[in-house]
Design a protein around this ligand. Structure first.
Ligand SMILES: [Zn+2]
Length: 211
């Protein structure tokens, strides 16, 4: 099982990050879901359908790595499997954040046919774990949206197995998944992605690609 004090601390930390992401407008209308690893087998994750800016301990639950509820009959987010498959894939992943921002949604649709977005020469690329220079490119893959979480998570994990050093992905018309070795790491990555998406969209506009 798990340590209840650890669960409470983790739930509070998720709530704090949730209210920050909500103030940025990245999780409108109960969208988004967040999780944090408790141990090798279990994960604390937001329940389905709550406003992510007003989370309490009661809105966070425990699931195992197959996304099944542990110790309660609460319902996890429909997308819980997209979280747990990441924890299964990489033991170093300690937190996963999924947001639904305007920029992520618009760009995921714009670049959908390319299957990825390429970000180059931004200073903020150094923010991603393991990067030491702006003089590089970072790829973010884009997957078609699906309500079949088993199918979608299998596609994502297959991609990650063949492409290490990926820090997030987009789902078309839907939003961003990103992660880190701690909740703070994942939050930093979410902020970096959102900054880069905003830059990219403004870049397309300023160059007249988008009106
Ligand atoms: Zn979603």
């Amino acid at each position: 099982m798990y340590d209840i004090n650890l669960f409470n601390q983790t739930a509070d930390a998720i709530s704090t990050v949730g209210s920050y992401l909500a103030t940025r407008g990245w999780a409108p209308a109960t969208s988004g879901n967040y999780s944090c690893r408790l141990n090798e087998q279990l994960v604390a994750i937001t329940v389905s359908g709550k406003s992510k800016g007003e989370l309490t301990r009661d809105d966070i639950m425990v699931v195992d790595l197959s996304a099944k509820a542990v110790g309660s009959n609460k319902k996890p987010s429909d997308e819980a499997m997209l979280h747990t498959s990441l924890y299964q894939h990489d033991a170093q992943i300690a937190a996963v954040l999924h947001t639904h921002s305007v920029y992520a949604t618009v760009l995921s649709r714009y670049y959908a046919s390319m299957g990825q977005m390429r970000l180059e020469n931004y200073e903020l690329l150094k923010v991603f774990s393991g990067n030491t220079t702006h003089d590089m490119e970072v790829l973010i893959p884009i997957f078609a949206n699906s309500q079949d979480m088993q199918y979608l998570s299998a596609q994502v994990i297959d991609y990650l197995k063949h492409n290490p050093n990926i820090h997030g992905y987009l789902i078309v018309g839907h939003g961003l998944y990103t992660w880190g070795k701690s909740l703070a790491d994942a939050k930093r990555h979410a902020e970096a992605w959102e900054f880069l998406f905003e830059c990219e969209l403004l870049h397309l506009k300023i160059n007249g690609v988008l009106l």
